[in-house]
Design a protein around this ligand. Structure first.
Ligand code: CTP
Ligand code: MG
Length: 378
């Protein structure tokens, strides 16, 4: 039986607020939508994942879904039910798991329970008992609500596609917050299975803070060290920190000989445990001749992020007698931050001389040391 996960992500996240709709904002270095897709796509019984997005969200969705196999995105509608309907029109028969992108951390055992329950029912939904005392008001005792008979219903919700299509047609276009209510209204049988607190929907900024703290507590900090040297050769200018710096001498190197970018690249690769710059960009390979080193740095940053990592901070010390680094410090920090897609406050560039001692003191070349601090999933 084909099992398709249909993730609705076409909302605008009004209650959450923020610069972008909540499904495109990141938690622990990854967008909420990408978390939701990965949590479902990694389940062995799910054959394919499709995503419904809002009109005008194509660019944000493409960034969030990069490298993920979700076919063409479907454009949703004004209400969640419209988005589900649009998604259902784009998938084939079999079983569908309708899921909110705003519930990014779906445990596999919930999916196991849903698919098992579907053998004996037309639909299955995850639910949790209500823990708080419930009341419509506190004026009279009959305003208290007996919580023993109440459930919080979550997603993903599992249905046979044909049943859900039938139920939605029967229900017409009335307002519904989920598909189980539509199924029940059409006289179909929906089973409750045990849900999970990990499936609680991210609706308000407080939900967000709690989810962020929990995910980040599952990460560990790692530090990497980088070092690079290039000898002076020919005439300047030279490249340092991704910007051109006027100097009477240039630097020798296979690429553009940017010691700052090379040392930070190696620091990031070190923190990620991914070898060194020479392994990724062999000097023997002619394609890197004269290459702009921002390619190397951006590659290292992508490797960290592909593993769900977060780059917290990079610090670099340039070691030379000349040129003077001070006047270019801010511009170098901004450029490095831009390449790393970080705020400038996450990048530090410093400089020192070696008091005219050693090779840098004799003005034979420039050295740079860097440290990168990242967080990666445990
Ligand atoms: N959703 C959707 N299409 C809509 C509205 C909502 O696909 N027209 C999706 C949301 O993207 C979310 C899920 O349905 O993944 C649950 O909706 P909700 O939590 O209400 O998200 P938003 O509608 O985006 O938030 P708000 O109601 O605060 O604006
Ligand atoms: Mg909504």
């Amino acid at each position: 039986m084909t099992v398709t996960a249909l993730i609705v992500a076409a909302g605008s996240g009004t209650r959450m607020g923020g610069d972008v709709p909540k499904q495109y904002a990141t938690i622990a270095g990854k967008s909420v939508l990408a978390h939701a897709v990965d949590a479902l796509a990694s389940h062995p019984r799910i054959s394919s994942v499709r995503v419904v997005i809002g009109s005008g969200q194509q660019e944000m969705a493409a960034t969030a879904l990069a490298g993920r196999d979700v076919g063409d995105v479907v454009i949703g509608g004004a209400q969640r039910a419209d988005s589900v309907r649009a998604g259902l029109a784009a998938i084939g028969d079999g079983v569908v798991l309708v899921h909110d992108a705003a519930r990014p951390f779906c445990p596999h055992d919930v999916i196991d329970r849903l698919l098992e329950a579907l053998d004996g029912a037309d639909g299955a939904v995850p639910a949790l008992p209500v823990a708080d005392t419930l009341a419509k008001g506190l004026a009279t005792a009959d305003q208290l609500v007996d919580r023993d008979r109440l459930w919080r219903i979550q997603t993903p919700q599992a249905f046979h596609v044909e049943d859900l299509r039938y139920a939605i047609d029967e229900a017409g276009r009335g307002h519904t917050t989920d598909e189980s209510s539509v199924m029940i209204a059409a006289g179909l049988k929906v089973a409750l299975v045990e849900g999970s607190a990990s499936l609680d929907k991210l609706t308000t900024p407080e939900d967000w803070r709690r989810a962020e703290a929990l995910q980040e507590s599952k990460m560990i900090s790692r530090t990497g060290l980088g070092f690079d040297v290039h000898a002076f050769e020919g005439t300047g200018p030279l490249m340092m920190g991704g910007i051109e710096i006027p100097h009477e001498r240039g630097l020798a190197g296979h690429s553009d000989a940017d010691v700052v970018l090379h040392s930070i690249t190696d620091a990031l690769l070190g923190a990620a445990g991914k070898g060194d710059i020479g392994q990724h960009f062999p000097p023997s390979d002619p394609q890197w001749k004269g290459a702009a080193s921002d390619i190397f740095l951006a590659h290292a940053a992508n490797l960290v992020r592909d593993d769900g990592g977060i780059i917290d901070f990079v610090d670099c010390t340039v070691i030379c007698e000349a040129p003077k680094v001070g006047p270019y410090r801010q511009a170098m920090q901004s450029r490095v931050a831009q390449i790393l897609k970080l705020p400038s406050s996450a990048v530090s560039i410093k400089a020192t001389t070696t008091e005219q001692m050693g090779f840098t003191g004799r003005r034979e070349g420039i050295a740079a040391q860097a440290v990168a601090t990242i967080r990666v999933p445990r």
